[in-house]
Design a protein around this ligand. Structure first.
Ligand SMILES: [Zn+2]
Length: 415
């Protein structure tokens, strides 16, 4: 308990370093570019500049640094009197939903509870009710012409400041700590390449969440079913009994999907089927169906239901079909549950630090879910960011400090 009090006091001493770091990172132009996905990595030069700068910063803190062909920065802090390893990850790119380059961060030293007026936009405490939690403390916004980039430079700053704290407090025992900074997360390519063979940790916390206290533990299981259909064509005038229409068969499969189990009709913990694309003619047709479910067995039932529908349509329309199923990502919950230490460390340290946490499920995937496929548990920790990917993005320094305390608390739990 004493050590946890120590963490809180010292984290308060770290607040200036945390803020300075975050502001410094926001000045890098790191929007990712989906048009360059698969052509270059990182997709933009600014990301590489920030990644290289993070390499220097990790080296100056005395960590071992690896930055190889994967274009993921890996920093390793050797164990200090404790067994095992734990990892943390954040991404350096920002979304391209609004302008994300040329960011000028705006620090409100002591927020007074009123509307925050920026250039062209404003942030209203009526709509953003969380603002009232931070009256009297620092709020950071952009100048209103760009996003801010707390997603996920707040995560990068939190992880880096945690390392600085450990390096300057040698009395704290800790296991081997691995940190990863990835590019191009916003375009879904963050861990397309990743130095798995260098990684020893079996738990990697992503620090890439939102409001203070929110921990994302669960995401969808996701599968994509691609169906190719071949039909038979001849002159329409003599088509009786000879034409087997592939396009018609494709539409029959599409309309067989239950509309009450679509993304437009579901929320919460309900999964869905959705038609992602359909194209073709009488001779050849293709369709892709996306399936999402929090429960893997239910996802498998959905896959089976699509297969059955395809074979029924095949019999009815006398067409040939080819079905391929790809599981795109898995609910990290099963991996998180298989290694209860991952969530236990969050719950226990939050309890000791007096942080009220709220465990949430995301109706989507995360980079952590991709790591989960490699058996690595990856709960997602809040950064304190709000209105992500927008001109009204804001983050409270106090929420970032809270996240930093939690990161250090988790490390203590592994010691
Ligand atoms: Zn993010």
């Amino acid at each position: 308990m004493e050590l946890f009090k120590g963490i809180i006091c010292s984290v308060m001493e770290c607040r200036k370093a945390l803020l300075d770091r975050f502001i410094r990172y926001t000045a890098f132009d790191t929007m990712s570019d989906p048009s360059q996905d698969g052509k270059r990595r990182p997709t933009t030069e600014g990301q590489e500049k920030l990644l290289l700068s993070l390499c220097d910063e990790l080296s100056s803190l005395g960590l071992d640094v690896y930055y190889g062909a994967e274009k993921v920065v890996m920093g390793t802090l050797d164990a200090n009197g404790a067994e095992g390893a734990v990892a943390f990850m954040a991404h350096v790119d920002t979304a391209d939903a609004v302008k994300g380059n040329g960011v000028k961060a705006n620090v409100i030293e002591s927020y007074d509870g009123s509307e925050i007026v920026l250039s062209g936009v404003s942030i209203s405490p009526e709509k953003d009710t969380d603002l009232s939690r931070y009256i009297g403390s620092e709020i950071i916004t952009s100048d209103g012409t760009t996003l801010l980039g707390s997603d996920d430079k707040a995560g990068v700053a939190i992880i880096m400041t945690a390392l600085e704290y450990l390096v300057s407090h040698k009395e704290i025992r800790h296991p081997r700590i691995e940190v990863f900074f990835t590019p191009d997360e916003e375009i879904g390519a963050g861990v397309d390449e990743f130095p798995y063979e260098r990684m020893k940790a079996k738990v990697c916390y992503t620090v890439d969440g939102e409001a203070e206290g929110e921990i994302e533990t669960e995401c969808f299981n996701a599968a994509r079913v691609d169906i190719k259909i071949s039909g038979d064509v001849c002159h329409l005038g003599s088509g009786r009994g000879k034409i087997h229409n592939a396009a018609l068969a494709a539409s029959a499969i599409a309309v067989s999907l239950p509309s009450s189990e679509s993304p437009e009709a579901t929320d919460g913990h309900f999964g869905y089927y959705t038609l992602d694309s359909i194209k073709g003619n009488m001779e050849k047709a293709e369709l892709s169906i996306l399936l999402r479910d929090f429960d893997m067995e239910s996802l498998e039932r959905r896959i089976e239901a699509v297969r059955r529908s395809v074979s029924a349509v095949e019999a009815l329309h006398s067409v040939r079909t080819d079905v391929s199923v790809k599981v795109q990502y898995r609910n990290m919950k099963s991996v998180n549950d298989a290694d209860p230490r991952a969530m236990d460390a969050i719950r226990r340290s939050a309890g000791k630090l007096g942080i009220d946490i709220k465990e949430k499920a995301i109706r989507g995937g995360t980079d952590g879910a991709r790591l989960a496929e490699h058996g690595i548990a990856s709960p997602n920790i809040y950064t304190g960011g709000h209105n992500l990917h927008s001109l009204t993005e804001w983050v409270a320094l106090r929420a970032m400090e809270s996240s930093l305390s939690l990161v250090l608390g988790i490390i203590k739990e592994y010691s």
